[in-house]
Design a protein around this ligand. Structure first.
Ligand SMILES: NC(=O)c1ccc[n+]([C@@H]2O[C@H](COP(=O)([O-])OP(=O)(O)OC[C@H]3O[C@@H](n4cnc5c(N)ncnc54)[C@H](OP(=O)(O)O)[C@@H]3O)[C@@H](O)[C@H]2O)c1
Length: 329
């Protein structure tokens, strides 16, 4: 078997099964990559479960339109498409096959070989291992875009990161610190020490304290969970502050609809992140990993044959850092 395919919507361990597919051929401006590591991200578990149900027609009405999950990978260039001149067979790269898995042609990354456009690839330095490189593609880039471009964070600003122990949060906490912010993380009790170890100045144990009710304010709130109502979150903003709602939220039917509606009337106080895994953004995250401005925490790594368990782990919302899938390197 060389691929994990999704046969239906539902329990990952039931609908994600091994299969043999022909190797994908790189189109013009694309390369084929022999994948050594992939990462499970939110779009992967959402599309596997078919949630939020409001979006189901976009995934495919009677089954997944694109059968292979995964967008982020690290591996070696294996074949060049027409017009590719700046990469060579054997180059070590990290990158993304694309965004949300709506397109029938989305190749997926839970497979031994995938294809990707060269502008969504960056070179992987030898000191960065395959698992960490793959994990940086969505989680690292979203954290970077949120803090550098969307907020943007400047020295001395007070930054709150909700979901600080998750894949994006663990990249975001050290990154915000490196930008000179005072950083508060929100996570469950078992993860408080880890988040403090990532450099947070303060940590709120979400089981003991509802962060929306504390008598404090923040200039930037990066909410990777969106379990709190938008109005309550906005009350914790200082004057001129920015709330970055960065989650589909907990509702299996409506997903992000509540904050999308709130965004229509909130003006500049609500700003979302549009994930852009460009070469420049990938290079920036790799550089930040290299000089210690950010960190990549791995929750665990599952072999390709057990990718379904990795997706189930991600869907459990219990992951500490990034959930990886390894394809024998
Ligand atoms: N803008 C984009 O393009 C983009 C791209 C990718 C992902 N995202 C969004 O980013 C969000 C975070 O992604 P991720 O990969 O970091 O997720 P994740 O790894 O699953 O992390 C989420 C964290 O939230 C915490 N959590 C779980 N349930 C909670 C609850 N009820 N209340 C408060 N905290 C809870 C958990 O930590 P504790 O148990 O320690 O609290 C968990 O570690 C996703 O919801 C996704 O929609 C956006």
């Amino acid at each position: 078997m060389n691929t994990i395919v999704q046969t239906d919507f539902g329990d990952p361990t039931q609908v994600l099964v091994p299969a043999d597919l022909p190797l994908p051929e790189p189109g013009p401006g694309q390369v084929r990559v022999r994948v050594f590591a992939a990462t499970v991200n939110t779009p992967d578990w959402l599309c596997t479960l078919g949630q939020p149900y409001l979006l189901r027609p976009m995934y495919g009405l009677f089954g997944p339109r694109a059968p292979v999950r995964g967008t982020d990978f690290a591996g070696e260039v294996d074949a060049l498409g027409l017009g590719v001149t700046d990469l060579a067979v054997g180059d070590a790269v990290l990158g993304s096959t694309g965004g949300f898995p709506f397109a029938r042609s989305a190749p997926g990354a839970f497979r031994t070989h995938t294809v990707a456009p060269v502008d969504r690839l960056a070179r992987k330095p030898p000191g960065l291992d395959w698992d960490h490189a793959a994990a940086a593609v969505m989680s690292g880039v979203v954290a970077l875009q949120a803090l550098r471009d969307v907020a943007p964070v400047t020295p001395g600003r007070r930054v709150l990161i909700v979901g600080a122990s998750g894949a994006i949060g663990t990249f975001a906490v050290p990154l915000a610190k490196s930008m000179g912010a005072h950083v508060t993380g929100v996570c469950s009790a078992g993860n408080v020490d880890m988040v403090r170890g990532l450099g947070a100045d303060a940590v709120i144990d979400r089981g003991a304290t509802d962060w929306t009710t504390v008598d404090e304010g923040w200039d930037v709130i990066l909410d990777n969970v969106m379990a709190a109502p938008v109005a309550a979150a906005r009350r914790r903003l200082r004057a001129g502050g920015v709330l970055i709602p960065n989650s589909v939220g907990p509702h299996p039917w409506w997903g992000p609809l509540p904050w999308l509606l709130a965004k229509a009337t909130a003006g500049d106080a609500l700003r979302s992140v549009d994930h852009a895994p460009t070469r420049a953004n990938l290079d920036a995250v790799v550089a930040a990993l290299g000089d210690g401005r950010t960190r990549c925490v791995m929750d665990g790594v599952w072999p390709l044959t057990r990718a379904a368990e990795a997706v189930a782990r991600k869907a459990s919302h219990r992951g500490r850092g990034s959930v990886g899938v390894r394809i024998d390197a």
